[in-house]
Design a protein around this ligand. Structure first.
Ligand SMILES: NC(=O)c1ccc[n+]([C@@H]2O[C@H](COP(=O)([O-])OP(=O)(O)OC[C@H]3O[C@@H](n4cnc5c(N)ncnc54)[C@H](O)[C@@H]3O)[C@@H](O)[C@H]2O)c1
Length: 306
């Protein structure tokens, strides 16, 4: 197994670190446009191998895509992150050009790769990758729901004083402060609905905190977060390369599912060795469907900017 991570910045390097620690690949390539950065971070990570006990071979490359040849999974994190007060959507102009050229270069050397898109605005960048490459839809996966659901579980576990590992909770819809939909009515604590334990005010606060989860961190750190985004991306990669068939909300191409067409949006999907293998299309209640439609409308507007 060979995996490439494009963009050796905060999210890309953290994702690569998680991939190496979990030994998801024999060979891991980090690629960045900035001279020496990918090589330096690859070497730094390699020097943790003796301490952490992994055998993944990590190499870095400054924009030389021949080093990525034969990758089975490619993660795209290249692009600008947001600054405090910025929305993910404001990144569209710059990041669209980057994502388009990166996917073209990647496919020249790894025509069979499954592509995981992380760069923001992620729903639109995933749609762009799908449309500009013409790849089969199952090989293009946007990472956002895995992260948003982990943040949702973080806030739920704090309110319930429980282990986040005992929670089942997903966020669907767009990966934006106003477009994501934390499905609190479907969330359970070891199969008991969390709504049994939380007041309406508590539920509303958890949902609101989840939706601005990224913005809260951007305000504190001064740039966008990386530990949870990197770990969430590695979890998506893990389910693919280990063929785990995990059910993880990801941004994928919809063709009628959840009442939407010609859009990439976050829905629960089964992830395995061929990419996203199945969309779990369950019936939302009227209010949830209305939110999903609004989310699709907003993302469609953003896609129009492309
Ligand atoms: N989908 C999500 O859940 C999620 C979460 C966090 C961040 N993000 C997004 O991920 C992206 C990366 O965030 P970050 O914090 O790692 O930013 P960063 O600035 O730390 O890293 C980005 C890297 O991309 C590189 N890069 C720029 N253009 C490139 C090109 N053409 N080819 C190769 N590399 C190139 C830069 O040199 C830089 O090292 C941003 O768009 C951010 O908004 C998405």
């Amino acid at each position: 197994m060979k995996i490439t991570v494009v963009g050796a910045g905060a999210v890309g390097a953290t994702c690569a670190d998680n991939i190496a620690r979990k030994e998801l690949a024999q060979e891991l390539v980090l690629l960045d446009i900035k001279e020496g950065v990918a090589e330096g971070k690859a070497l730094d990570m390699t020097q943790t191998a003796a301490l952490l006990g992994f055998d993944t071979r990590i190499t870095g490359s400054t924009n030389d895509y021949s080093k990525t040849a034969g990758s089975e999974v490619v993660v795209i994190t290249s692009g600008l992150p947001r600054k405090p007060g910025m929305t993910r959507e404001e990144l569209i102009g710059t990041n669209a050009g980057i994502v388009k050229s990166v996917t073209e270069n990647i496919l020249k050397h790894s025509p069979e790769a499954i592509i995981v898109v992380v760069s923001n605005p992620m729903d639109t960048m995933t749609y762009l990758a799908l449309k500009s490459t013409g790849l089969p839809k199952n090989r293009i996966i946007g990472m956002g729901g895995a992260l948003d659901s982990a943040r949702f579980k973080c806030y739920l576990s704090a309110a319930l004083n429980c282990s986040p590992a005992d929670l089942n909770a997903v966020v669907i819809g767009g990966h934006g402060d106003t477009t994501m939909i934390p499905l609190i009515n479907h969330a359970t604590w070891n199969s008991v609905p969390v709504t049994h334990f939380l007041s309406t005010e508590q539920q509303e606060k958890i949902v609101a905190d989840t939706m601005v989860g990224g913005a809260t961190l951007t305000k504190l750190i001064g740039t966008s977060a990386w530990y949870a985004p990197g770990a969430a991306t590695a979890a998506v990669v893990e389910s693919i390369v280990r063929d785990e068939k995990k059910l993880i909300p990801c941004c994928v191409s919809l063709e009628g599912e959840y009442g939407q067409n010609d859009i990439c949006l976050g829905v629960p999907v089964v992830l395995g060795k061929t990419g996203w293998e199945k969309i779990i299309d369950f019936k939302l209640n009227e209010k949830e469907q209305e939110l999903f439609n609004k989310s699709a409308e907003a993302v469609r507007g953003m896609n129009g900017v492309l």
